[in-house]
Design a protein. Structure first.
Length: 254
């Protein structure tokens, strides 16, 4: 694979495989979303996800990754990311972020979205809206000739203009034959930010995590679950995109 500053640049064939991997992730997220309603347990979504992986003939990417025990992350309310599916019952007014990854022919798919459970408060619904919008603002900057910081800045500006907080502890990433490749894709412009010109063939998982009240994170005793320090609500949206001559191509679409 061609490289630019240590970053793998994918050709059209490789982008085709990444597109298939990510299309499957998107299809699974869509089918999981249809089952989310008050009264279901998050472990039910995990079982469904595993069944769907078998149906689409892909391997779940997260299970076993640095010891992560499940195929899905199901993060409810103040949980930001990396929460275990469990016997927890979703109740009316919750918001739940589902993060899913698969491996297809050696290539990774990775995508996430936050779903409302039944009717939610206007504040929760605005948080979800702003987080998803910030992802699309970031994606719009993923064009040849721009800099990686343009993606980060677009996300940060939209989040902060709306009075919310960008979680800085977790970042997006390059993706390909590994789940996490170079470069890191922060959802803010770091103080020590370097310039990285965006090139055709870069494939990035862009994934803003946004909270209502703080950017401070706490990790629970299970060593994985990340929650907001003030226990305020948090949302997470992630798309895997390819940078092409014609602009950003969202791969994680059903
Ligand atoms: N989308 C997340 C990431 O890219 C999910 C990783 S879950 C893990 O980091 F279990 F694999 F760590
Ligand atoms: Co990711």
């Amino acid at each position: 694979m061609r490289k630019f500053r240590g970053i793998f640049l994918k050709n059209d064939y490789e982008i085709g495989l990444l597109r298939e991997a990510n299309r499957i992730v998107a299809q699974i997220l869509l089918e999981l979303g249809e089952r989310i309603k008050p009264g279901i347990k998050t472990i039910f979504l995990e079982r469904l996800a595993i069944e769907l992986c078998q149906k689409f003939d892909v391997k779940p990417a997260f299970k076993g990754y640095h010891g992560y025990p499940y195929a899905l992350c199901c993060s409810v309310n103040e949980q930001i990311v990396h929460s275990f599916p469990s016997e927890r019952i979703l109740t009316e007014g919750d918001i739940v972020s589902i993060d899913m990854g698969v491996i297809y022919k050696g290539f990774y798919g990775d995508s996430a979205r936050t779903y409302p459970v039944g009717t939610i408060t206007p504040e929760a619904s605005r948080l979800i809206e702003v987080t998803e919008e910030s992802l699309y603002k970031g994606i719009a900057e993923a064009v040849v000739g721009n800099d990686l910081n343009d993606i980060s800045r677009a996300i940060q500006t939209h989040v902060e203009d709306n009075g919310y907080f960008v979680i800085k502890r977790f970042v997006g990433h390059g993706i390909g034959t590994k789940l996490h490749e170079k470069p890191e894709v922060p959802n803010f412009v770091p103080k020590t930010a370097q310039r990285l010109p965006l090139k055709k063939g870069m494939v990035l998982a862009i994934e803003p995590m946004v909270a209502v009240g703080t950017d401070q994170v706490e990790i629970l005793a299970d060593k994985w679950t990340a929650v907001t320090k003030d226990r305020s609500l948090s949302a997470h949206f992630e798309h895997t995109i390819a940078i092409t001559k014609q602009g950003p191509l969202i791969l994680s679409k059903p």
